[in-house]
Write a protein that binds this ligand. Structure first.
Ligand code: ADP
Ligand code: ZN
Ligand code: ZN
Length: 724
C-alpha cells in the first residue's frame, strides 16, 4: 500500500492524502472520496508516509487510466503558478485541464477519416480544367493523405469534391487515430522572400539554442506574421511543436485558416473556450501525443501538454486579454516565458506596441530586442494621422462635418471607412433636461446605457435592464436626452447622412454569435461594406485592403483616467486601429476627434513614434515608482455590507504592516467601479521594488488572509494586476 497526494478542485491550499493498492503514476487521474462526494483529482506525489494517522486516510476509489498521465513538466509548471499567484494548488491544476479530463466520464479516442489517392489515380490532367477545387485537392493528396480540415484550405467545396473523387474511384477514405504521430511530409506554401529586416529576426531566433526571450517590435504591416510563419517552418521541419498564443478567440478561426494555408499538411490544433468539450479534449490530446505540430490558442493553451515544444510565439503580447481575471489570475504571457525557460526553448513576443513591461525588459537587456521598422509591402506606407479639434468644429451628433465629408469622398471612390468608438449602445447615459436625473444603475456605481434598437436602458456591468422611461422618474418631465455617443448612435447618424451607403456595425451586440462575425468579416473583405462602425473588435489584427479612412471618435477619457495604464492602452489601441488604414496600395488617413490635439500622446501617435512615447512614459513611471519599476499585488474584496468589506481589508493591511517587510502597503480604497451588482468593492495595493521581495512578503502574509475574511465576502489576490 502506498500513499498518494492528490490535487483536487477545492479552495484549500493543500494536496490531499489517499491510500492506494494498485500501481499508480504521477500525473494520473484518480477518483477519490471528498467530504460526502467523489471528485476527480490528479496524483501530484507518491509518498511512503503521511502526516495524518493511517486510519484517517481513505483509499482512492478508482484510478482512471483512459488518458495519458499529466507530465511532470506540466505539473511543475502548474506548481510554479500556484506558488507565484498564491492560489490553491488543486484549483490551479484541475481547471487547467480540458473539462472532459475533469470528469470521470470514460474517454475514448474516436478515429477520424483521412483521404488518400488510390494507386492508379489519374494524372491531374484527367480532371477537367474547370474543377479547380478537385485539382487542388489531388495535388495536395499527392503529397500525403489529408483530413477534411486540411483539404478545405485549398478547396472551399472540399466535401462535395471528395464525394466526386471517391465515386470516380480516385480517392479513398481510411480511418486514422488522431493521436498517432504519423510520418509527416513537410510542405511550406507561398513563402515570401523575407526582407532583410525579417531575415535578421528569423536568424536571431533560429540561431539561439536554449531559452531566450525575444521582443519583436514591428510596426503594423511590417510582416510579423510572415516572420512567425518562417520560424514555424523551421520547427516543423525538425519535427518539433510550436505554441502560438493569440489574444482573441475571435481571431482564431481566421488565423487557423491562414496558418493551414501556409502549412497545408501540418497538423494544427486550436485551443480556446469556444470549442466543444470533446473538441477541446481531442486537440489537447493531439498536443499531448505530439501529433499536433502547431498549437494555436488563447491564454488557456499555455497549459497544453507539448512534449516536443521547440518554440513559443506570443502574438500581440501587450494585449490585456492574456491576463485571466478570475480564478487563477495568471498572465499567459508571463507563464509562457516561464515555460520557455523551463523547457529551454526560445520565446518570441511580438507587437507593434509592446507592453511597457516587455519593452523595458528589452531595453535593459533581459530580453533581446528585434525590430521591424518598415512595412513589408514596398508600396504600403503608414497612414497620415490628423486631428480634428472637437471644440472648434461643427459637429453632427458627435461626428464632425470634416469627417463626414471625408467619408463621402471614400464612398465615391469605392473605398472603405472605419469609425472607431469604444462604446457600444446608443448613448452612455440618459439625462433629464429639467432636473438633471441620470440613468444610474440601481445595483452598480455605473450608468445604464441607452440601447435604442430595443428601447432599453442596460447596465454593462451587471446586465440589469429596464424599458426606456417616457417621463423622468424624478420629476416627470417628458424630455430625456441621450448624452454622449455609442456605436448605435454613430450608425444612426451615418444612415441619415448616407442613406445609400452600406453600413455595418461591429460590436458585442451585433456579433453575439461567432458565425455572424465571420460572415461580417467576409463581407468587409469582399468590399460589400462602405462604412464600418465598431469597437475594439475591429482594431485587432485584421487586414482590410480597401480601407483607407479611419475616424476615431473622442478617445480622450483615457487621458484623465485614474488607471495609470489607461494612456498606454489607449496609445496601443489607436496605433492598432490606425494600422488598419491603407494596408494595400492605397494610402491611408486617420482622423482623430479630440479636445486635446496637443497632448503628448497624440503628438507621438502622429509621428508613429512608439519609442518616444514609451521613453516619456517610462520616465514618468520611474519617477512615480510605478510598474515596470515596481511590482504589485492587489487584494480585492467585495460584499453586500460596506463595513465588512472595509474591515477585512483594513485588518489585512494591519497584518501586513506588522510583518515589517520592505514593501509599501497603500491605503484601502474603493475599486474603480465602487459597487457592482449591489456588492461594495474595495481594494488594497501592495508594492515592492523587486519581484523577490514582493513574493517573500506574500508568502508570509497571504496564508493568514483566509482567517480574516467572513465567508460572506468575495476576496481575491491579484499578482501583477492590470486592472485598477
Ligand atoms: P504584421 O503582422 O506585422 O501586421 P503581416 O505579416 O500581416 O504584418 O504583413 C503585412 C502584409 O505584408 C501581408 O499582406 C503580408 O502578406 C505581406 N508580407 C509580409 N512579409 C512579406 C515579404 N517578405 N514579402 C512580400 N510581402 C510580405
Ligand atoms: Zn427630471
Ligand atoms: Zn448594474
Amino acid at each position: 500500500m502506498q500513499i498518494v497526494r492528490v490535487a483536487l478542485d477545492v479552495p484549500l491550499p493543500t494536496l490531499f492524502d489517499y491510500t492506494v493498492d494498485d500501481a499508480v503514476v504521477l500525473g494520473q487521474r484518480v477518483i477519490v472520496p471528498f467530504r460526502r462526494s467523489q471528485l476527480v483529482g490528479v496524483v501530484m506525489e507518491c509518498v511512503m508516509f503521511s502526516e495524518l494517522a493511517v486510519e484517517k486516510i481513505k483509499p482512492v476509489v478508482r484510478i482512471l487510466s483512459d488518458s495519458e498521465p499529466i507530465s511532470s513538466k506540466l505539473l511543475a509548471l502548474l506548481r510554479f503558478c500556484s506558488e507565484y499567484y498564491h492560489y490553491p494548488i488543486g484549483q490551479t491544476v484541475i481547471p487547467a485541464l480540458p473539462a472532459r479530463l475533469r470528469s470521470d466520464k470514460p474517454i475514448t479516442v474516436k478515429h477520424e477519416y483521412h483521404y488518400r489517392l488510390l494507386d492508379g489515380a489519374p494524372p491531374i490532367d484527367l480532371i477537367p480544367q474547370r474543377k479547380t477545387a478537385a485539382r487542388n485537392m489531388v495535388k495536395m493528396l499527392a503529397l500525403q493523405p489529408c483530413n477534411l480540415q486540411q483539404l478545405k484550405t485549398v478547396a472551399l467545396t472540399a466535401s462535395a469534391q471528395l464525394k466526386w473523387l471517391i465515386e470516380a474511384g480516385w480517392v479513398e477514405a481510411f480511418e486514422v487515430n488522431p493521436l498517432a504521430c504519423l510520418p509527416r511530409m513537410h510542405c511550406f506554401a507561398n513563402a515570401h522572400k523575407l526582407t532583410d529586416e525579417q531575415q535578421q529576426v528569423v536568424d536571431a531566433v533560429t540561431q539561439t539554442s536554449g531559452y531566450r526571450c525575444f521582443l519583436l517590435h514591428g510596426i503594423t504591416g511590417s510582416g510579423k506574421t510572415e516572420v512567425y510563419v518562417h520560424l514555424i517552418n523551421r520547427v516543423l521541419q525538425t519535427g518539433g511543436q510550436v505554441l502560438l498564443l493569440v489574444p482573441e478567440i475571435n481571431l482564431t478561426p481566421q488565423l487557423e485558416h491562414y496558418f493551414l494555408s501556409r502549412f497545408p499538411v501540418a497538423t494544427l490544433v486550436s485551443l480556446h473556450s469556444g470549442l466543444s468539450e470533446n473538441e477541446r479534449l481531442k486537440h489537447w490530446q493531439q498536443a499531448q501525443s505530439g501529433a499536433a505540430g502547431i498549437v494555436l490558442g488563447t491564454r488557456l493553451s499555455v497549459f497544453a501538454e507539448l512534449p516536443k515544444l521547440s518554440l513559443i510565439i506570443v502574438d500581440e503580447e501587450h494585449d490585456a486579454s492574456f491576463k485571466q481575471q478570475d480564478g487563477l489570475r495568471y498572465s499567459a504571457r508571463d507563464v509562457a516565458i516561464f515555460r520557455a525557460k523551463q523547457c529551454g526553448v526560445p520565446i518570441l513576443l511580438g507587437s507593434a506596441t509592446p507592453s511597457f513591461e516587455s519593452y523595458h525588459n528589452a531595453l535593459n537587456g533581459r530580453y533581446e530586442m528585434l525590430k521591424l521598422t518598415g512595412r513589408a509591402l514596398a508600396d504600403a506606407n503608414l497612414p497620415e494621422i490628423k486631428f480634428i479639434h472637437s471644440k472648434q468644429t461643427v459637429m453632427v451628433d458627435g461626428i464632425s462635418e470634416v469627417l463626414l465629408r471625408e467619408i463621402a469622398h471614400r464612398i465615391t471612390r469605392g473605398e472603405q471607412s472605419l469609425l472607431f468608438i469604444n462604446r457600444r449602445g446608443y448613448a452612455p447615459v440618459l439625462m433629464c433636461t429639467e432636473c438633471g436625473w441620470l440613468s444610474d444603475c440601481k445595483n452598480c456605481a455605473g450608468k445604464m446605457v441607452l440601447h435604442t434598437k430595443d428601447q432599453r436602458l442596460r447596465c454593462h456591468h451587471c446586465g440589469y435592464q429596464i424599458h426606456v422611461p417616457t417621463l423622468c422618474p424624478e420629476c416627470r418631465h417628458p424630455e430625456l436626452l441621450p448624452v454622449g455617443s455609442g456605436t448605435q448612435r454613430v450608425e444612426r447618424v451615418l444612415i441619415d447622412r448616407f442613406p445609400e451607403a452600406r453600413i455595418l456595425r461591429v460590436d458585442r451586440d451585433s456579433t453575439r454569435n461567432k458565425r455572424t462575425w465571420e460572415a461580417m468579416r467576409s463581407k468587409i473583405t469582399a468590399n460589400e461594406v462602405d462604412i464600418m462602425v465598431g469597437t475594439q473588435m475591429l482594431a485587432k489584427g485584421h487586414d482590410f485592403p480597401a480601407l483607407t479612412l479611419v475616424g476615431i471618435l473622442n478617445p480622450d477619457s483615457a487621458l484623465y483616467s485614474s488607471d495609470f495604464r489607461a494612456a498606454e492602452k489607449l496609445f496601443s489601441q489607436l496605433m492598432q486601429v490606425s494600422g488598419r488604414a491603407g494596408r494595400a496600395d492605397k494610402p491611408g488617413e486617420v482622423l482623430i476627434q479630440t479636445e486635446f490635439p496637443d497632448h503628448p500622446m497624440y503628438r507621438c501617435l502622429q509621428q508613429h513614434d512608439f519609442e518616444g512615447w514609451a521613453a516619456s512614459q517610462l520616465a514618468e513611471r520611474e519617477m512615480a515608482d510605478f510598474p515596470p519599476f515596481a511590482f504589485q499585488a492587489m487584494l480585492r474584496a467585495e460584499g453586500l455590507v460596506e463595513a465588512d468589506v472595509y474591515a477585512y481589508l483594513n485588518m489585512a493591511k494591519l497584518a501586513g504592516v506588522k510583518l515589517n517587510h520592505p514593501v509599501e502597503i497603500f491605503g484601502v480604497v474603493p475599486a474603480s467601479l465602487a459597487r457592482r451588482a449591489n456588492h461594495v468593492r474595495a481594494q488594497l495595493l501592495i508594492q515592492a521594488n523587486s519581484r523577490r521581495v514582493l513574493q517573500q512578503f506574500l508568502r508570509v502574509w497571504q496564508p493568514g488572509l483566509a482567517d480574516l475574511a467572513s465567508n460572506k465576502l468575495r476576496c481575491s489576490l491579484d499578482i501583477d494586476p492590470l486592472e485598477f
